[in-house]
Design a protein around this ligand. Structure first.
Ligand SMILES: Nc1ncnc2c1ncn2[C@@H]1O[C@H](COP(=O)(O)OP(=O)(O)OP(=O)(O)O)[C@@H](O)[C@H]1O
Length: 300
């Protein structure tokens, strides 16, 4: 069943589109990675799904309803980011009590165990927590709420490496025991990749790709070898990324639709073929240029 449906969604701020004609359907009980560069529109999309932003055009449905100012949905949706704000008078243990009253599927035991494991002081005020500890606490709220739609927008900001690893592991373990739809946004895929079932790439406010993580890993192929050989065989349109290795040698990533004839031709002429790491591929596809930073240093 589709629990998120966006049709031709636009969000415009003055002259700038944060979302532009974005269409996407998300099925229930998946872990989905939303990947895009700075300013791609991730937060705008996620806040729209959480009912915090009204789109300028198009249609958004969450559990079949318009999410904006929708009380029923807000008890079943949690949006976690590093800007979460709580009353300045509330200590951590009081926030946990309030969360338990609000979220239907709240699990107190999970919250308590995670609070203990990560060493969050229950008597601290939220705004006194360090940046990493605040992110950890917010992530705990997201996990313990067990909302049917759980949204983590860059949840690991400020967390150190080991906390990030623990958080992703906790997320996966709890998801396996209690499946729900979890969307996690990030600039980078590498740390997230192992827990994802689907990936959505967003660029300039548009969804440019939505695939299962397995298909995504097969999406492209890397070719390294003689520039002239590769250029004579590979159609320019299928090139996703291009990097000069030396004056005559080049590495390119192409989408995986080369014909058998082309593959044979490339191999015969000494071109090396390698798989493309999912994290690299997501970066290539969301970059504005095919060469990345190297393009800046190319002589014109
Ligand atoms: N309240 C706002 N007023 C004006 N422009 C905005 C507003 N919110 C977002 N934008 C613009 O919309 C675009 C998308 O922003 P958004 O925060 O959704 O991107 P993002 O992918 O989450 O970026 P980041 O990874 O840097 O957090 C950006 O160009 C941003 O400047």
């Amino acid at each position: 069943m589709s629990i998120v449906s966006c049709q031709h969604l636009d969000k415009k701020y003055k002259k700038q589109y944060a979302l532009k004609d974005l269409t996407i359907e998300l099925e229930e009980n998946r872990i989905i990675g939303l990947i895009g560069r700075n300013g791609a529109g991730k937060t705008t999309l996620l806040k729209t799904l959480a009912g915090q932003i009204v789109p300028t055009g198009g249609e958004v449905k969450v559990f079949g309803e318009n999410p904006f100012n929708n009380l029923k949905l807000s008890a079943n949706t949690i949006y976690v980011d590093d800007q979460m704000q709580f009353s300045l008078e509330m200590r951590i243990h009081e926030i946990l009590v309030a969360a338990e009253m609000f979220y239907e599927n709240w699990n107190r035991e999970l919250a308590d165990r995670l609070i203990y494991y990560f060493g969050v002081d229950r008597y601290d005020f939220h705004d006194q927590l360090s940046k990493g500890m605040a992110s950890t606490f917010n992530a705990i709220l997201g996990l313990a709420s067990r909302c049917p739609l759980t949204i983590f927008d860059e949840p690991t900001t400020g967390m150190d490496y080991s906390v990030r690893q623990d958080f992703y592991r906790a997320l996966l373990k709890d998801y396996i025991a209690h499946p729900r739809t979890i969307i996690v946004s990030s600039h980078l895929l590498n740390e997230l990749e192992s827990i994802l079932e689907e990936i959505v790439l967003i660029k300039n406010g548009k969804c440019i790709l939505h695939e299962s993580i397995e298909d995504f890993k097969e999406y492209a192929i890397g070719l390294s070898g003689d520039k002239n050989v590769i250029q004579s065989i590979v159609d320019h349109d299928v090139i996703i990324h291009e990097k000069e290795l030396s004056e005559s040698q080049v590495y390119i990533a192409v989408d995986n639709h080369l014909s058998e004839k082309d593959i044979t031709g490339l191999k015969q002429q000494g071109v090396q073929m390698t798989s493309v790491e999912a994290a690299d591929l997501s970066m290539f596809l969301t970059n504005d240029t095919r060469g990345g930073i190297d393009d800046v240093f190319k002589s014109s």
